[in-house]
Design a protein around this ligand. Sequence first.
Ligand SMILES: [Fe+2]
Ligand SMILES: [Fe+2]
Length: 471
Amino acid sequence: MSIDYNERIPNNVNLSDNRRLQRALESWQPKFQDWWSEMGPEGFQVQDIYLRTAVSVDAKGWANFGYVKMPEYRWGIFLTEREGERQVNFGDHKGEAAWQEVPGEYRSVLRRLIVTQGDTEPASVEQQRLLGATCPSLYDLRNLFQVNVEEGRHLWAMVYLLDAHFGRDGREEAEALLDRRSGDSDKPRILEAFNEKTPDWLSFFMFTYFTDRDGKYQLGSLAESGFDPLSRSCQFMLTEEAHHMFVGESGVNRVIRRACELMNEHDTDDIAKYGGVSLDLIQKHVNFHFSVSVDLFGQELSTNAATYYTAGIKGRFNETKIDDDHMLTDASYPILELLGDKIVEKREAALNAVNERLRDEYIVDCQRGVDRWNKSIKEAGIDFEIKLPHRAFHRGIGTFSEVKATPEGKIITEAEWNSRHAEWLPTDEDRAFVQSLMKPVTEPGKFAGWIAPPARGINQQPVDFEYVRLT
Ligand SMILES: [Fe+2]
Ligand SMILES: [Fe+2]
């Protein structure tokens, strides 16, 4: 079904047939607009931005590109079409028809999962709201805004589920999603990584590479849900998410390529005085953003995750492609645990290790981009390798949050950590240096001195296309 853009809220869910829901969403819409003007990107609200908008939910050719002013972006409700009759594919309800309504017994856990996912969407927009002022190019500025408007749309996707399926509680949660604020001590966002600052563009690229990728894995597991509307919502969000991770991976790669250029040109590692971000400093940012993002997968062993799985609410990534009983009755799974100051592998009940499995898959996926970054370094003839830190490094959640570890995964004392962490994580001085590079470049086709131009433009437009019309 195509998306109806004649409606006040574009959608492919026959919204006009459900007056109650339509009214609920239409009364939330102006509140969302208020939130966007208060907490969305600062500035650039009256400019034309070259953005893509979803026009269908067909995997091929779903998007349309054109100039849009952000407040006029057509946020709407788009669910992937159902292919035939779907079933619950795992857990105790395996083989039953997928649920079109929320099963009463799972109402509160489902609401919690939807709210937690929904909360991350506006949070990242808030974290990124000041970046426009220091864009390294119009191309990058456009990509930032594309990510921002789509995170806004992801919020719509979750609010639709709350309003359509959770009655009055759902409406209250929908309002609360607009009330919390990233980094606010009184009403913070739910997950810690979404209360961190994204103060500069290097952090933005790291965030979209590492933290949006957590989103991919969470959405992927929710796309397996037996609750069909949630599954279909998340499926379509994943289509949009791919571009966010592309922005991150290619962004970091361009910073690396520029660093290598400066190193070769000046025959030194110390490129700060030439306005570049050194590979060491990039590594420190990788250490930070990776460690904060792996925390998002929660405890290694989780009875909550087991409950979600058994209930058929949240599956494993690519659940139906896994060759097993999809019940995890007697299955075990290897996990890393602490034994004194040693890290050892132990087998635990797979059902309790669902989070850890997802984290493992995430880490493998993170490594793929790191390999491509290293290829750029190698091609420049430079002997340096970016490495993902060990999962025990700099953790705030789970077993390893109890200890201090080096990026190689060696357990160290608190005293050693205190004397060495500045080697591994960005210091205030490092952050101030990166901040000093953040000078806006807004002439079409021009790029800041710390980042290489992209290989190609967006939607087959040239790199020097006017992606944002500033005047
Ligand atoms: Fe998102
Ligand atoms: Fe995203």
